[in-house]
Design a protein around this ligand. Structure first.
Ligand SMILES: [Cu+2]
Length: 129
């Protein structure tokens, strides 16, 4: 996996809330394609809680290599208690999403599907030009 120093890294940390709910912090991440996409984009995850959490971000893809072949798949990563993880985000998908719109920033939701409140809209990743 890529290491720090030549990538744009965003760290998400799991946090337990009352009523068995949980969120990923920060709740909002803002990126600019012109400055933050010059290097590979890495999402890192820390789970300091006692429960397993899942980071899901519909519409976003992770980029992986499987048997020497480059593929993408939806971002849905499980992080066990006191474990961490990281993924390489597929920026091509984001660029495509941005092109189909106007000059509006592109937005993606993220949340833990295991501990999401019914009225929780999740966190937001906002990607500007
Ligand atoms: Cu969870």
């Amino acid at each position: 996996m890529p290491s720090a120093g030549w990538a744009k890294e965003i760290l998400f940390v799991a946090r337990d809330l009352k009523d068995q709910q949980a969120v990923w912090l920060p709740r909002e991440v803002v990126l600019q394609r012109s400055t933050d996409f010059t290097e590979p984009l890495i999402f890192r995850f820390d789970n300091p809680t006692a429960r397993t959490h899942v980071f899901e971000a519909p519409g976003l893809l992770e980029s992986i290599e499987e048997n020497g072949v480059h593929i993408t798949r939806p971002i849905r990563i499980t992080i066990a208690p006191e474990e961490s993880g990281q993924i390489l985000v597929d920026r091509t998908q984001i660029t495509t999403d941005a092109r189909t719109g106007t000059n509006e920033p592109v937005r993606y939701r993220f949340y833990c599907p295991l501990h999401r409140a019914d009225d929780d809209t999740g966190g937001t990743i906002i990607i500007g030009q």
